[in-house]
Design a protein around this ligand. Structure first.
Ligand SMILES: [Zn+2]
Length: 162
């Protein structure tokens, strides 16, 4: 089911829309290297008619599956759009798509959700990326701990921070 509002009811009273929008309805052809949609979009919206326009306000929330931009590991993160707001005309070129008495709000939430996606998601803020390639076992056997740390490029960075 797409995200629709009944325009006949909307003529009389504001409409509350709460529910889930399946991935196939809003992101079926979405492809991205670092973000994937695997769970439905949760919406909690109020729609008001204002003359020849409708105002849609509320919150959107979705769990995303991301690939860390530094270490490439997969992780889930919650995307919250707490102040979603869209003002669209009912008629004319920019009108909201209509099907009989219903207006389809799916394109509105899709646009804002896509705009809010992380472009460089990190599994955790301090992620340092892929582990430094460890020296082979044999060469490490004779190394003292201090020699091992000094070969790490991060050791130099740690010293700079101090
Ligand atoms: Zn990471």
């Amino acid at each position: 089911m797409p995200l629709q509002v009944n325009l006949r009811l909307l003529e009389r009273i504001p409409q509350k829309l709460v529910g889930e929008l399946p991935v196939v309805e809003f992101a079926a052809d979405f492809h991205d290297e670092v973000v994937r949609f695997t769970k439905p979009l949760q919406y909690d919206l109020e729609v008001i008619r204002q003359g020849l326009d409708i105002l849609v306000q509320g919150t959107l929330s979705i769990v995303l599956e991301c690939s860390c931009a530094r270490c490439l590991s997969s992780f889930e993160t919650q995307l919250e759009i707490e102040d979603f707001s869209a003002f669209v005309p009912l008629e004319g070129e920019d009108a909201v798509p209509k099907d009989g008495d219903f207006a389809d709000l799916t394109p509105l939430v899709r646009e804002d959700t896509f705009l809010a996606l992380p472009t460089k998601p990190l599994c955790r803020p301090e992620c340092r990326g892929l582990p430094v390639k460890a020296p082979s076992r044999d060469s490490r056997l004779g190394a003292t701990p201090s020699e091992v740390t000094s070969t790490s490029p991060w050791a130099a960075l740690e010293k700079l921070k101090l």
